[in-house]
Design a protein around this ligand. Structure first.
Ligand code: CDP
Ligand code: MG
Length: 680
C-alpha cells in the first residue's frame, strides 16, 4: 500500500478577522455550558462579525468551509442575533431531509427554543414551523414549491443555499429562482433578499461568477493530516474488501479510534452492520467492543442520532453510512475512514426517459471529502479500496445532476418534475432559463415530452401547462404519481389510489429482520395479490385500518408500524390537496381493474412485456428487465406488467409491479404505443 499525506485544503484567498464575541452565557446547566464551549471552538466563530458585516453590506455572499466548521448550524444564528433578518424569516435549504431535521433540532437546542417555535423545519409532508419561526431549515424541494405560490419569496429576508457543492437538481434550479426573486424585489423597491451560498468544496469560482461576482469568504479549516492508503489491486467485491479492512483496523487500532465506512445504500449498510457485529462478537476479549451504527436517509431519526454519541471509553464506534456522512453531517471521534469509492445515484437516460438506481464511481472531490472525515479532531487514516490509477480516472467534480445524462444512462432523477414546477412558476422558456449549468437541450425535451404524454403540457405556439398540468404541480410528487391521483376521478377510485400512493411515497412498510426472513415472508403471504404489489399494498392498508393500527398485528405480520403511521400521515396531507382541488373521494371497493387502469394512466411508460424465453423487455426502451425477487409477481410471470422503478444491481430489476392488460396501455397513451407495434 502506498502512503500519501494529505493536509487541509489550501485555504488562502481571503483571510478573515478574528473578533471573538465574548458575550457571557447565562445558562447554568452543565450540558448547555459544554454545548456553548464547543460552539466557541468552531472555525466559524471567530469570523462571525465579519460575516454579518458582509451580508449586511452585500446582497450575495458565498461561504466556503470544511464540513464541521459550523456553517449550517451557526450562520443562521449569527444573522438572527445581528437582526440581519429584520423580523422576517431566514430560510436554510438542505438537499437532504435528514440534514434539515437533525440540524433544526440541534439549533433549537442551542438557542434553547422548542422545535417549531423560533427554529423549525419544513420537509415534504412535515412542517414543523409556526408564526414565531425565524430560522427555518427546509429541503431545497420545499423552497422551490413555496416559490410557485410566491415567486418573490416575500416571507424571507435571507435565503441560505446550503451544500451548494452537491449540485442537486433542486438546488441548481433554486439558484436561478432565488436570483430572479432577488432581482425582482430590487426592481420593485421591496425589502432586499439576501442570498448566502454555502459550500464545503473549493470549486466556487463558478458560483461567484453566476452570482454577479459575489465575494467568497473562506473559513480557515481545522484539518489534521490524514494518511491515505490505496488498494494495491482492483477490488472486485468492495463490500468484502471493506469488511476485511475493518477487521484489520479493529484488531490493531487502540480503542476509541472510531471508524467511518462508506457504503451505497440501506441494504448494503444493514447487512454490513450485521457482519460488523459478528466481528465484534468473534473478537470479544481480544479487541474493544464494537458499537455498529448505520446511517442512511431512510433510518428513523432516533436511530440516526446515535452516530453523534461519544463512544464510551474502551469501545469502538463503527459508523456505516451513505454519502450523507460526506458533508451533510459531522460525526465525532472518527480516526479511520474506509472508502470503497462507490455511491448510489438515481440515474436517468434522457433518450428512454428511464430512471434507475445505480451504483457508480464517486468523483475525486467526493473522495477528498471522505478522506477529510478522518482528520477532523486529530490526525487519521483513510483506506481507499481502489488503486491510485483508478482514482486518477475518477471525474474531478461531481457532475451537476441537472447536466448528467447527455449520453447513456447518467443523469440523476428525471427532470420532468422540475420542468413541471418551473412551468408552474411561469417559466416556460426553459431553454433560456438562467441555469448555472444548463441541462442539455435533449434532456429538457425528453422531460417536456414525458409531460406531454401525461397531458400536463400542450404545444401551441409555445409550450404551456394544461389545466391538468397545473393541478399536477400542486402535488409534491413525481408527475406520474400526481397524474394517477388526478385520473382516479374518472375511475372513481381515489380512496384506494390515495392509499397506494401514500404507501409508495414513504419508506417500505415491510419489516424483514435478517434472522426471521422466512417467517416474515410467510406472515405477509396472505396479503399478496396475483395482480401485483400495488394491490398487495392496498390489502395491507385495508387490514391495518380494520384492526385500528394495532401494534401486535403489525408485529405478527412483520409490518413496520412507524412507516405505516407515516404513510397514513402522508395520506392525510395528500387528501387535503385533493380536497382543495375538489376531487371526489370515492371508493371503487374491490374493483381492482379500475385501480390498475388508473395506475396505467401514469405509468404506461414503465411497461414491460414477457418474452418467449421467460424474460421481460421494457416496451419503451426494448431493454431486458427482470422482476425483483421481493415482488408478489416474482413467480407468476404475467404477460404485461407496469413497474414503479428500476434498480440496477447484477440485473436490471423492476420494483413494485402491477399486472396490466395491453389494451389499457394503448388506451392510456395511443401515440406512445402506436410506434411500438404492441401485439393486441
Ligand atoms: O455546516 P458545517 O459542516 O460547516 O458544520 P455544522 O453542521 O454547522 O456543524 C458544526 C458542529 O456542530 C459540528 O462539529 C458537529 O459536531 C456539531 N453538530 C452536532 O453535534 N449535532 C448536529 N446535529 C449537528 C452539528
Ligand atoms: Mg453543513
Amino acid at each position: 500500500m502506498k502512503v500519501l499525506h494529505m493536509h487541509g485544503p489550501p485555504y488562502k484567498k481571503m483571510k478573515v478577522s478574528k473578533n471573538l464575541d465574548r458575550k457571557k452565557d447565562v445558562s447554568t446547566s452543565f450540558e448547555y455550558h459544554k454545548l456553548c464551549e464547543a460552539r466557541r471552538k468552531l472555525p466559524i466563530y471567530p469570523v462571525q462579525n465579519r460575516l454579518v458585516q458582509e451580508v449586511r453590506r452585500l446582497n450575495t455572499v458565498i461561504v466556503i468551509g470544511e464540513t464541521g466548521s459550523g456553517k449550517t448550524t451557526q450562520i443562521p444564528q449569527f444573522l438572527f442575533r445581528a437582526e440581519v433578518h429584520r423580523g422576517s424569516q431566514i430560510a436554510i435549504t438542505q438537499p437532504r431531509r435528514v440534514a434539515a431535521v437533525t440540524v433544526a433540532k440541534r439549533v433549537a437546542q442551542e438557542m434553547k427554543s422548542e422545535l417549531g417555535k423560533l427554529v423549525g423545519y419544513c420537509v415534504r409532508f412535515e412542517d414543523v414551523t409556526s408564526e414565531s419561526t425565524r430560522i427555518k431549515y427546509m429541503t431545497d424541494g420545499m423552497l422551490l414549491r413555496e416559490a410557485i405560490i410566491d415567486p418573490l419569496m416575500r416571507r424571507y429576508s435571507v435565503v441560505i443555499l446550503d451544500e451548494a457543492h452537491e449540485r442537486t437538481i433542486h438546488t441548481d434550479v433554486l439558484f436561478g429562482v432565488v436570483k430572479a426573486a432577488q432581482r425582482q424585489r430590487a426592481k420593485k423597491g421591496l425589502k432586499p433578499l439576501k442570498i448566502v451560498v454555502m459550500s464545503a468544496t473549493m470549486d466556487v469560482d463558478h458560483f461567484s461568477e453566476y452570482f454577479n461576482s459575489a465575494p467568497v469568504l473562506y473559513l480557515e479549516g481545522r484539518q489534521f493530516p490524514v494518511n491515505v492508503y490505496y488498494s494495491c489491486c482492483t477490488q472486485s467485491d468492495y463490500q468484502f474488501a471493506a469488511l476485511v479492512t475493518l477487521g484489520q483496523i479493529h484488531k490493531q487500532a487502540p480503542p476509541n479510534h472510531d471508524v467511518l465506512m462508506f457504503l451505497t445504500g440501506q441494504d448494503e449498510i444493514e447487512s454490513m452492520v450485521r457482519f460488523v457485529r459478528d466481528i465484534g462478537r468473534s473478537l470479544e476479549g481480544q479487541a474493544p467492543p464494537i458499537i455498529a451504527c448505520p446511517l442512511y436517509a431512510a433510518l428513523p431519526p432516533q436511530v440516526q442520532l446515535r452516530v453523534f454519541n461519544r463512544t464510551p471509553p474502551g469501545a469502538r464506534k463503527v459508523v456505516i453510512a451513505t454519502n450523507i456522512a460526506e458533508t451533510s453531517v459531522t460525526i465525532p471521534g472518527i480516526k479511520f475512514v474506509i472508502d470503497p469509492g462507490m455511491v448510489k445515484a438515481r440515474v436517468f437516460n434522457p433518450r428512454s426517459g428511464l430512471d434507475l438506481l445505480k451504483v457508480v464511481r464517486i468523483s475525486k472531490a467526493q473522495a477528498l471529502q471522505r478522506t477529510g472525515r478522518a482528520g477532523r479532531e486529530s490526525s487519521g487514516s483513510c483506506y481507499r479500496l481502489y488503486t491510485e490509477q483508478e482514482f486518477d480516472s475518477f471525474k474531478l467534480n461531481t457532475v451537476p445532476e441537472i447536466q448528467k445524462g447527455d449520453l447513456n444512462i447518467k443523469r440523476m432523477c428525471s427532470l420532468s418534475s422540475v420542468v413541471l414546477q418551473l412551468m408552474a412558476l411561469g417559466i416556460s422558456d426553459l431553454i433560456h432559463f438562467d441555469f448555472m449549468d444548463r441541462p442539455s437541450k435533449e434532456s429538457i425535451i425528453t422531460a417536456v415530452d414525458e409531460l406531454h404524454l401525461l397531458g400536463a403540457v400542450e404545444k401551441r405556439e409555445k409550450i404551456q401547462l394544461t389545466a391538468l398540468g397545473k393541478q399536477m404541480a400542486a402535488f409534491p410528487l413525481e408527475p406520474r404519481l400526481s397524474k394517477v391521483i388526478l385520473v382516479a376521478k374518472e375511475f372513481s377510485c381515489l380512496e384506494e389510489i390515495m392509499s397506494i400512493v401514500s404507501l409508495l411515497s414513504g419508506e417500505s412498510v415491510f419489516y424483514t429482520p435478517h434472522k426471521a426472513r422466512e417467517e416474515a415472508l410467510a406472515a405477509r403471504r396472505k396479503f399478496m395479490s396475483t395482480e401485483g404489489d400495488h394491490i398487495s399494498l392496498l390489502n395491507i392498508y385495508k387490514t391495518y385500518k380494520s384492526v385500528g393500527g394495532n401494534k401486535n398485528w403489525c408485529m405478527e405480520n412483520y409490518i413496520h408500524q412507524r412507516n405505516m403511521k407515516t404513510a397514513l400521515d402522508v395520506r392525510n396531507q395528500l387528501r387535503e390537496i385533493c380536497d382543495r382541488q375538489n376531487l371526489p373521494f370515492k371508493s371503487c371497493r374491490d374493483d381492482t381493474v379500475a385501480i390498475r387502469k388508473c395506475l396505467t394512466a401514469g405509468f404506461f411508460m414503465n411497461a414491460a412485456e414477457l418474452q418467449r424465453e421467460g424474460t421481460y423487455i421494457c416496451l419503451s426502451t426494448r431493454r431486458p428487465v427482470s422482476i425483483h425477487p421481493s415482488s408478489s409477481l416474482f413467480r407468476s410471470k404475467p404477460g404485461y406488467v407496469l413497474y414503479n422503478e428500476l434498480i440496477q444491481t447484477s440485473k436490471c430489476y423492476m420494483r413494485d409491479l402491477c399486472v396490466v392488460d395491453p389494451d389499457w396501455l394503448y388506451e392510456a397513451a395511443p401515440s406512445h404505443f402506436k410506434r411500438k407495434k404492441l401485439p393486441t
